[in-house]
Design a protein around this ligand. Structure first.
Ligand code: GDP
Ligand code: GDP
Length: 438
């Protein structure tokens, strides 16, 4: 379920990425399993004391002068205030207190978000420099001295961050709510979609249990089903926040995807599938979420006999890793087919959560392997002993085999297709883990 989000904010070069990497360690994999799709090194899941969290490094833009630094820091701070449960505000003990630090500290304080102040580059423990005491002037809690490079004080820092999180509350969203993220490039129609949906039938479920992210999410009910549209802050009010800064929109998309069950990947019908679309869709795929390709602005397209069919092909070609995702052709402006969209959301959500009993899975496996023999290499043949489903969201299967090397991608894909066929399993990515059994 929903993990707490922590965001690191601070001036350039104070050591934000260094801390980020120290905390996340090996866990972050840069190259994911989809060719051409990398996960940006600014957003990752971590674990501390047996509890999971999401960490965001909000920085990364290289400002040229002091006024740019300030603007950049204010943007970072706004993003962090809006999205994070706890803000980690980092300062550099070697530089001492700067005017930009004071400015941002005031912003953070005003927001009432929990803030943990970190004095980075405190490389020699026990030897506290005078500069440390300057930071008490910020009016925040006692600073935690940390050396990110040497990993000193990082545990204390995380303990302090955790002290602000009510982990019993991170699970509070009711199970029967479907969480939906709307993602897509600027101007594709995300805001229009949310506004049309909400305007059309204004049954917003009142404040469910006071979640920490009420300010950015929207509850909605339709035909007896509850939905939570995640990260809609910039969509409901017009005048969007930092949408034009690529890095911030990537952070927003990743966070929204992380927290949702179903992703609506919006494509502009007047432009077709672009590279940027494919990158954004790749995030949803890698996260194992159920997706629907929502082709928007269909009202603007001149239709001939095969227009929709051709566009469907374009979608399949443009997003080859997402063959399982159904597509729907809508108009956020006129409301065209938004009804059908909700049917699809329920469908793919159920698919993403499906659980298949081991017995029937193995029946399908046996049929599949007798129909097409597993491959062999240098006289050794792949044996698949059995299959079991390890988890849901996405459905994840473990294949126990004699030799991993023999389990070629194409044969695993064949098994996948057989399983999809047998259980009518569409609308969700699935994962296969290959394990050797001695
Ligand atoms: P960011 O711009 O805030 O993400 O900062 P970086 O993580 O890129 O770090 C900026 C510089 O500070 C790099 O040269 C780091 O090696 C250095 N640095 C980061 N943490 C520490 C630390 O704890 N001690 C010292 N001495 N240097 C550090
Ligand atoms: P966002 O940046 O993804 O939130 O996109 P907006 O919702 O702000 O939409 C960008 C522009 O496209 C606005 O001028 C909308 O009126 C227009 N737009 C959005 N959806 C549709 C649609 O379905 N049909 C038409 N004709 N215009 C649309």
């Amino acid at each position: 379920m929903s993990k707490p989000i922590f965001a690191i904010v601070g001036r350039p070069n104070v050591g934000k990425s260094t801390l980020f990497n120290k905390i996340i360690g090996q866990r972050i994999s840069i190259v994911e399993d989809t060719p051409g799709v990398t996960r940006d090194r600014i957003f990752a899941d971590g674990e501390w004391s047996g509890k999971k969290f999401t960490l965001i490094d909000t920085g990364g833009i290289e400002p040229k002068n002091d006024s740019e630094i300030l603007t950049e820091m204010r943007n970072q701070a706004n993003l962090a205030i809006e999205m994070a449960d706890v803000v980690i505000f980092m300062v550099d003990i070697k530089d001492g207190l700067t005017a930009a630090d004071a400015d941002v500290a005031a912003m953070l304080q005003k927001s009432k978000k929990p803030v943990v102040l970190v004095c980075n580059k405190s490389d020699s423990p026990g030897d506290v420099p005078m500069e440390y005491y300057e930071f008490f002037n910020l009016g925040l809690d006692e600073p935690v001295a940390v050396s990110s490079i040497h990993g000193l004080g990082v545990g204390d820092l995380l303990d302090k961050v955790y002290s602000y999180v009510d982990f019993s509350k991170t699970d509070e969203i009711e199970e029967d709510i479907i969480k939906v993220a709307v993602i897509g490039k600027p101007n594709v129609g995300k805001s229009s979609l949310i506004n049309t949906i909400l305007g059309e039938k204004r049954v917003i479920v009142s404040n469910v249990a006071g979640t920490t992210r009420d300010a950015i999410d929207t509850y909605y009910e339709r035909d007896g089903q509850k939905y939570l549209f995640v990260d809609t802050a910039g969509m409901r009010k017009k005048g969007k926040i930092e949408e034009n800064i690529e890095r911030y929109s990537v952070i927003r998309s990743l966070a929204a995807i992380d927290r949702c069950d179903v992703v609506l990947v919006m494509i502009d019908a007047t432009e077709g599938v672009t590279e940027q679309d494919s990158k954004i869709a790749g995030y949803a795929h890698n996260a194992g979420k159920a997706s629907i390709v929502v082709v928007n602005k269909w009202d603007l397209v001149e239709k001939e006999t095969n227009t929709m069919k051709n566009f469907k092909n374009d979608v399949l070609n443009g997003l080859p890793f997402m063959q399982y995702a159904p597509s729907e052709f809508v108009s956020a402006k006129t409301g065209l087919r938004l009804n059908k969209l909700f049917e699809l959301i329920k469908f793919v959500n159920a698919q993403n959560a499906v659980r298949i009993p081991t017995g029937v899975l193995n029946d399908v496996l046996n049929d599949a392997t007798s129909m097409v023999q597993p491959p062999s290499d240098k006289g050794r043949r792949l044996k698949i002993y059995y299959i079991t489903q390890a988890s849901t969201r996405p459905p994840t299967f473990i294949l126990f085999v004699n030799d991993k090397e023999l389990a070629h991608f194409s044969y695993v894909r064949y098994i996948e297709n057989k399983i999809r066929e047998a259980f009518n399993l569409n609308g969700t990515p699935v994962k296969f883990i290959i394990r050797e059994r001695g």
